[in-house]
Design a protein around this ligand. Sequence first.
Ligand code: TRP
Length: 436
Amino acid sequence: MRIDPWGSEAYDYDRLREEFGIEPLTELAERMPPNRLIDRGIVFGHRGMDRVVRAMEAGDPWALMTGLMPSGPMHLGHKMVIDQILYYQDQGADVFIGVADVEAYATRGQSIEECRRLAVEEYLTNYIALGLEPDDCQVYFQSKRETVKDLAWRFGAKINWSEMESIYGFEGSTNMGHVVSPLIQVGDILHVQLEAYGGPRPTVVPVGVDQDPHIRLTRDVASRFRTYSVKPAEEGGLGVFVKTDDEVEAWIDAAEDALADTFGELERNVPYKALYVRDADPADLPVVDALVGAVEADRGGTGFVPPASTYHAFMPGLTGGKMSSSEPKTAIFLRDDWEDVEAKVKQAKTNGLPTAEEQREKGAEPIGCVIYEHFRNHFAEDDDELQMVYDECRSGARLCGECKQHLLGNMETFHEDHQAKLDEAEDRVDEYLRED
Ligand code: TRP
């Protein structure tokens, strides 16, 4: 199985976890402040989040990076991303939001201007209305940020064609802009760790699972651009290995200086290009890695901390298929009039049974039902309410009509409030936008 970031398949999330080594979030979630999407299993997996959680706990700097490629107005399926951004911003993340206009141009032929318009009028304005704060937060455009494009070509020097073919299934007929767009995305994710953007630090990238190929590539590239690699050592502790042949001794000296305050048993082995940290535990790996990463950054290297990712499940569309911004009936858009919202919810295809009698008797299946998923993702304030919807549906005590009315009741308050905030948000976009 291959994940196609530009395709439109549905995924079996458990299978993805197993096949691709995406880890469940359950244990780490206990160390994080409560989060609706994580606690309800909508954000179902991660790579490398332990570094981010550790930084959160310690009050150390860390960042959130995500990118958006708008093809139309923003709908409730897109709201999951901003809900996560808001949560991480609350926990202290520096927030970077990249508008993927170069990717949209290369992969969909969309104009840079149209992409900008949608990103600002739809996404950013809604994000602000939903509570995004301007402090330590920036929205930029791939086409304007030279640093991101520079990184893309630097990274290109350490990625070969066979790799791109096997990760993405690119062929001879794939246009070169498309071929380059993943490198730009790697640039998006890693540029936030350059000195000018805050330096090396843990970074979380919350995405849908279709983006996982880019994440794996990014984590690989991050390690290729490191000078040190830190691994468990065979004879105990951790080994810090120098990956270059230039000035090996100076690199070992520098690592030793950086680690001496925290660890006591350091053992040099210059011919092996190694410094062993005998009193370090495997669990100390991120600490040792961050300390020597900082040395790299001082000496003109990157010191990239492997970026982390989380994966959310997609919401089903209102008409039974996928939600799509180009098909108004499939989703509730954040700027829909209340009449449209009502009509769409009433017409939505549920998991209900053909007759009321049958449903009263047998009950229906909430999981995967678009109405239940609206409660689960956005509109059940607390878990008790969600549980009630679930139980009543399963037992047949609630039919789809009542359930839709219940949902509409919850949506109405949000809708009114949000429309009022949108007006104000429109005037504030400049506080967030960066033109470089
Ligand atoms: N490729 C992403 C999409 O299709 C957009 C994107 C660009 C992105 N750069 C990113 C996502 C960096 C996360 C991080 O929507």
